[in-house]
Every structure is written in structure tokens, then in C-alpha cells.
Ligand binder design. Structure first.
Ligand SMILES: [Zn+2]
Length: 271
């Protein structure tokens, strides 16, 4: 079974989407190609990506979550901010994925053989600001601790495109030991704000996959609302966890004030 589809967004960026609706991005230069994330780990995403490019392919993970990291198993080494090492060891493990996915009746027709194996290669650390030159196209990795401690946002300089991924979006999740507090997250976003003149396009990994530029300022305002006690107080269940949401939303989780950008957080992160 083929779990992937693709869409070319520009001469050097292709979106690959898996059957669950999560996406990752293939960036190609004249000499190399880079897969930024790997989706949920069904089938063989390496084989699929290699049908889209004839350049040597390597992997960078934006963070260690179950819906982005597992497909890296098809490579001998992968770049990941080491702040997410503990997280990725849990989330990319085959037994953890089998347990999480097979609990959903929707996934019970997926053959166990299609769950990709455990990663046995090497995780190479990424430094904040590290550049990856693909030949005429370069990716700068920007650390943005928040959603996870090791969250990185790739900036594809020549395309003036930044991949916010799960790091900033319409409902950023801050919860558990792997996420930062809201005040730490706000500092990360203010650092990204300093780069605003270097990008025109924001890409994400879920939902609509893209956002207008005002998203960043709106999510910083969500941080301020939480820290200053002006958040909505509304509760919302996602992935079985009860979150507070910064700005009030309707049943489709669209903000009532019509703006885009929101934060879902557990009470322990509201500081
Ligand atoms: Zn995530």
C-alpha cells in the first residue's frame, strides 16, 4: 500500500502528505536533497521520496514526535536537536507506535508489516543557526523551544520560506515534560520575530499547511494573554488530554474573534 502523496510547491520544495493528513517537506538543491521530517512511519517514505528526486537524500527532523520522526528509520543517520533525544526514543519506537495507532479503530486494517522498524542509526545533533547547503539552496535551522524542547524551524533562505511545523500554528500544543513553559516559548517566538524580513511564506505540518504572516504576532499575543491572566479559560480535549486554550474558539476550533493562531496548554505551562 502507498501511504503518501506529493505536491510540488516551488522548484525546490515539495510537500509529501501521508494518509493521516500530516505532511513533511522535501527540499532539493543542485547537489543534495533534504527530507524535513518523515511523517508517521508507515510504508517506506525513503523509497517514496526517492521517486521525487535523483539527488542524494538526507534527513533532518524538526522535533521528536510520533507523527514526524519514525520514517527516519530508513536512514543510517539523521539530524535532530539532542534536546529531543529522550522524546524520540519513545515516540519513534515501533512498539510505542503499534500501541498508539492500533488503539484507533480506523487504523486496524493497517498490516503490522507496514509499521516501519525501529531506527538503529545515529542521531546527529543540530546547533541553533546551523546551515545545510544543498547547492544553490540552503536551509538554516532555528531553535524554537516550546512545543518540544528540541523544536527547530527550518528557514529555506533562497525560497524566503520558513517551516514553522508544529512550533507555531493555529493550536500549538504545550504539555508534559517535553514542552516549555509559556514564558520560555514566548522568548523563542520573539527570536523568530527578528527573522521576519527573511521569509514571506510560512509552512506547517498539519491542517491547512500554511498561515499568513500575522500568525506569529498573534501567537505571541496568546502568550501574553496567558501570562497576564487574560486567557479564555475555555477547556478543550485533544489526543485525550484536557487543555486550556488561550483564545476562545468555536467547535471547529476557529477563534471567535476571527484571528488565526492559538495555544493549547496544560495548567503547569502557564508561567
Ligand atoms: Zn509535534
Amino acid at each position: 500500500m502507498n501511504y503518501y502523496t506529493s505536491q510540488r510547491l516551488s522548484p525546490s520544495i515539495t510537500r509529501i502528505t501521508d494518509f493521516t493528513g500530516v505532511c513533511c517537506y522535501l527540499v532539493e538543491g543542485e547537489e543534495k536533497a533534504c527530507l524535513l521530517d518523515t511523517c508517521n512511519g508507515f510504508g517506506n517514505i525513503r523509497e517514496y521520496a526517492e521517486t521525487l528526486t535523483d539527488k542524494p537524500l538526507f534527513i533532518i527532523l524538526t522535533h521528536g514526535h510520533i507523527d514526524h520522526a519514525p520514517g527516519a528509520c530508513w536512514f543510517d543517520e539523521v539530524y535532530l536537536n539532542h534536546a529531543d533525544l529522550k522524546l524520540v526514543h519513545q515516540h519513534a519506537s515501533r512498539s510505542y507506535r503499534l500501541e498508539r495507532f492500533s488503539a484507533d479503530p480506523q487504523n486496524q486494517t493497517i498490516p503490522q508489516a507496514d509499521y516501519c522498524p525501529d531506527f538503529t542509526g545515529k542521531y546527529r545533533d543540530i546547533q541553533d543557526g546551523q546551515d545545510f547547503d544543498l547547492g544553490g539552496v540552503s536551509i538554516q535551522m532555528i531553535a524554537c523551544p516550546g512545543h518540544t524542547q528540541g523544536m527547530m524551524m527550518p528557514l529555506v533562505r533562497e525560497e524566503r520560506t520558513i517551516i514553522f511545523g508544529d512550533g507555531c500554528g493555529v493550536g500549538v500544543l504545550l504539555f508534559g515534560e517535553n514542552s516549555s513553559t509559556v514564558s520560555e516559548y514566548k522568548k523563542s517566538l520573539e527570536k523568530i520575530q527578528m527573522l521576519q524580513d527573511q521569509y514571506d511564506l510560512i509552512l506547517r505540518n498539519h491542517g491547512t499547511f500554511t498561515s499568513p504572516k500575522e500568525l506569529l504576532g498573534n501567537v505571541i499575543e496568546c502568550c501574553n494573554a496567558i501570562l497576564e491572566g487574560r486567557a479564555s479559560g475555555q477547556k478543550i480535549i485533544t489526543h485525550g488530554i484536557e487543555f486550556f486554550i488561550a483564545q476562545a474558539v468555536d467547535e471547529q476550533e476557529n477563534r471567535l474573534d476571527g484571528k488565526t493562531g492559538n495555544i493549547k496548554y496544560t495548567a503547569d505551562k502557564a508561567c
